[in-house]
Design a protein around this ligand. Structure first.
Ligand SMILES: [Zn+2]
Length: 282
């Protein structure tokens, strides 16, 4: 019998499935009373090295030898964290703590994750109400080199899981450029017609309560990617009113209200406990 490959993930428990807002009640055509629309400016601060791979190999001298290193994704010469990658990571956290469907078969009525992040079912598609811009590195970006073992597909589907620190006894092989802790990237969270509880759920999944940092980018199986997310300002309209800038104490107070408005479904506390264990930053 071959030794089992060391792994660093923990299966997440099940959460009672929650219905999302029905499509006809959260149209994208109008700004609905009591719901928030606009943008929140996010800063991303890596706690672990973060790999945002471009697939391009870059010849780099390493300890006196030239090695081909997988480059990071660059925009205007600066590392960029693609919004699609952040959206995927935050969506799966929303599914895990908010009780989303498993994207198997049809989702009718829409679960909370499909209602927020969108879904495609046959010819029918729903764009969703949450998006993320690409995040660009601010001035102080530090690049480093990480060696990752070759990834392998799990033998059986393992369902939702949370990744922890790197497993012991796995040797890194292929070199990758990574964005190092101490760097800051800035992007935006875009929302359309979210109520207080929905915004609270999305921000909880982003780790805004400060108890964990979501893993973003590649190499999670080798302990990479924990990234603290913070909201530094927002420009939001509530209902059809004019958009307003929110910052400082007013913004912090709002964030607390949103976080408190989300009612975790049955089982969510256990899942949050695992996330805090595997991705904790306190
Ligand atoms: Zn769904």
């Amino acid at each position: 019998m071959p030794e089992p490959t060391p792994s660093n993930y923990v299966p997440l428990g099940r959460v009672r499935r929650q219905d999302g807002a029905p499509r006809d009640q959260v149209t994208l055509e109008a700004f609905l009373p009591g719901r928030w629309s606009g943008s929140l400016v996010l800063t991303y601060s890596p706690v672990d090295p973060v790999r945002v791979g471009s697939g391009v190999l870059f010849p780099q001298p390493v300890r006196g030898q030239t090695e081909l290193v997988q480059d990071v994704t660059l925009v205007r010469g600066k590392p960029v964290l693609p919004g699609s990658s952040v959206k995927g990571a935050v969506r799966s956290l929303v599914e895990a703590i908010g009780g989303g469907c498993d994207l198997q078969g049809t989702c009718q009525p829409l679960c909370v994750a499909c209602s927020l992040f969108g879904t495609v079912q046959g010819n029918d598609s729903w764009k969703g109400r949450v998006g993320f811009d690409d995040a660009l590195a601010a001035k102080d970006v530090k690049l480093g080199l990480a060696r990752l073992p070759r990834a392998f597909p799990p033998k059986a589907t393992v369902g939702r899981r949370a990744y922890g620190p790197a497993p012991e006894g796995v040797r890194g092989e292929d070199p990758y450029f990574v964005v190092m802790p101490g760097s800051t990237l800035t992007g935006r969270l875009l929302v359309h017609n979210l109520d207080d509880a929905e915004l609270g759920l999305v921000l909880t999944a982003c780790g805004l309560d400060g108890s964990f940092a979501p893993r973003l980018g590649g190499g999670k199986y080798q302990g990479l990617g924990r990234t603290r997310i913070a909201v530094t300002s927002a420009r939001l309209r509530q209902g059809p009113g004019r958009p307003r800038a929110l910052r400082g104490a007013e913004l912090d107070e709002r964030i607390s209200l949103w976080l408190g408005a989300w009612q975790p479904p049955e089982g969510a506390d256990k899942v949050l406990g695992v996330l805090r264990q595997q991705m904790g930053v306190r």
